[in-house]
Design a protein around this ligand. Structure first.
Ligand code: URA
Length: 447
């Protein structure tokens, strides 16, 4: 059948439902160049304004998944238990670094394909780049080998997984069509489904540092992802988690790796980070069949952390992907930390009542620890540690955090931005839940 992109675009422009052959043809055109740049943009804009039915959304996701290679884990010797977690992105979000090895130590297999940070949210791959020798772009044989040996491997997007998304996303990025639930769902899930998963946990964040700031928007995205992924054959659960303040104690690349190692080795486990990590990992264990239910999952996770098995999986993954064999024991020596340490104090004493965590993320970008353009290099050594939480008392003896900067000027700039990002009041605000809601295909309710 002749491919006439403008006919498909016209149909969607006029609010009609696209057929499966229409959507598959459009995705083929996006992948092989049969659709020109203007046509891809017009298609994205038509979907943005007209939306898609559930069945169109599922077809778009499956067609984008099928635009490249789909991994088949049984052919790599892993028949069961393959699952992953995806986060919509946050500030200080190092959950993946802990979840992968923790889930592996409890019997799941986690082949995690992650991204780099852009704008205020940090990227998991950038954190692993802080580990000397760690290869985030291994060949498929090495990737599969590490997943088999360590139970988890965290690597970057490969060129042959969901190539339609790469082109469509690049066009959306410059045509104001990113913020479409239909397109975001297909974009995220096409990549995850191409990784050959048997279960998926979505950490959908809301609040000042989240991609979707508004709770209802985040919830709508979570519902869409759960319904479409389940419709495409991958059982999925979403958790709506709070991103109104940084997650954990640190923000940056090397500092977040250190926090993850400290968590896994039991040195320090910040409570909010712990809650999100255990909730996501527990869901993953149940979805993958490695645990019977959440209670069983909690027991397994406690044992894996207390026995050192989870930490050992982290070390095994790092070594398998080219990092130091003794990274776990000597992380502080292998990681590079910026030399200037500056304590940041609040403008006045009181309780932290709110935090603009997006502004905190942008302070890291301004220090060179994140990027605003996809091709920018970043400085893994800068960051912030010891972040105070909302509700904590701060003042002349209790700083907001410590900045790790390259020089005094950079420390001044970061301190000013962080201080401006934190609101101080006279009364302690009421505690907020970290995991606010759980969404399942059969309508699971509040957590
Ligand atoms: N992340 C993605 O991978 N795709 C989107 O469309 C938005 C966020």
């Amino acid at each position: 059948m002749t491919f006439i992109p403008q006919e498909i675009i016209r149909k969607k422009r006029d609010g009609l439902e696209l057929s499966e052959p229409d959507i598959r043809a459009m995705v083929r055109g996006i992948t092989d160049g049969g659709a020109g740049e203007g046509q891809v943009a017009a298609f994205a804009m038509a979907v943005f304004f007209r939306g898609m039915t559930l069945s169109e959304r599922i077809t778009l996701t499956e067609a984008m998944r099928d635009s490249g290679r789909v991994l088949d884990w049984p052919s790599f010797g892993i028949a069961r238990g393959v699952a992953d977690k995806h986060s919509t992105g946050g500030v200080g979000d190092k959950v993946s670094l802990i979840l992968g090895p923790l889930a592996a130590a409890c019997g799941a297999f986690v082949p995690m394909i992650s991204g780099r940070g852009l704008g205020h949210t940090g990227g998991t791959l950038d954190k692993f780049d802080a580990i000397p020798g760690y290869d985030t772009a291994p060949n498929l044989t090495t990737f599969a080998q590490v997943v088999r040996d360590a139970g988890c491997a965290i690597i970057g997007q490969t060129a042959d997984l969901a190539p339609a998304d790469r082109r469509l996303y690049a066009v959306r990025d410059v045509t104001a069509t990113v913020e479409s639930i239909d397109l975001i769902t297909a974009s995220i899930l096409s990549k995850k489904l191409a990784a050959g998963l048997q279960g998926l946990v979505m950490d959908v964040k809301y609040g000042s540092g989240a991609f979707m700031e508004n709770y209802d928007d985040a919830r709508a995205l979570a519902e869409s992802i759960v319904t479409v992924a389940t419709g495409a054959g991958v059982p999925t659960t979403a958790l709506l988690t709070d991103m109104n303040e940084v997650l954990g104690d640190s923000v940056g690349n090397a500092v977040e790796v250190r926090e993850a190692v400290d968590f896994l080795t039991g040195v320090h486990q910040e409570p909010r980070l712990s809650e999100v990590t255990l909730a996501c990992t527990g869901e993953l264990l149940v979805l993958s069949g490695a645990a019977r239910d959440m209670e069983d999952a909690m027991r397994k996770m406690e044992t894996a952390l207390a026995s050192g098995a989870a930490a050992e999986r982290f070390g095994c993954m790092v070594a398998g992907l080219g990092g130091p064999a003794d990274f776990l024991e000597r992380a502080g020596e292998y990681l590079d930390f910026a030399p200037v340490k500056r304590l940041v104090y609040p403008a006045r004493p009181g309780f932290i009542t709110a935090m603009d965590s997006r502004a905190v993320g942008m302070a890291l970008v301004a220090m060179g620890g994140g990027r605003t353009r996809a091709d920018q290099a970043i400085d893994h050594a800068v960051g912030m540690t010891g972040f105070a939480r909302i509700g904590e008392a701060v003042g002349p003896d209790q700083p907001l955090c410590t900045v790790l900067a390259r020089d005094e000027g950079q420390a001044d700039m970061a301190a000013e931005r962080i201080s401006a990002a934190v609101a101080i009041g006279d009364t302690r605000p009421a505690p907020r839940p970290v995991v606010r809601e759980r969404i399942t295909a059969d309508g699971g309710g509040a957590s």
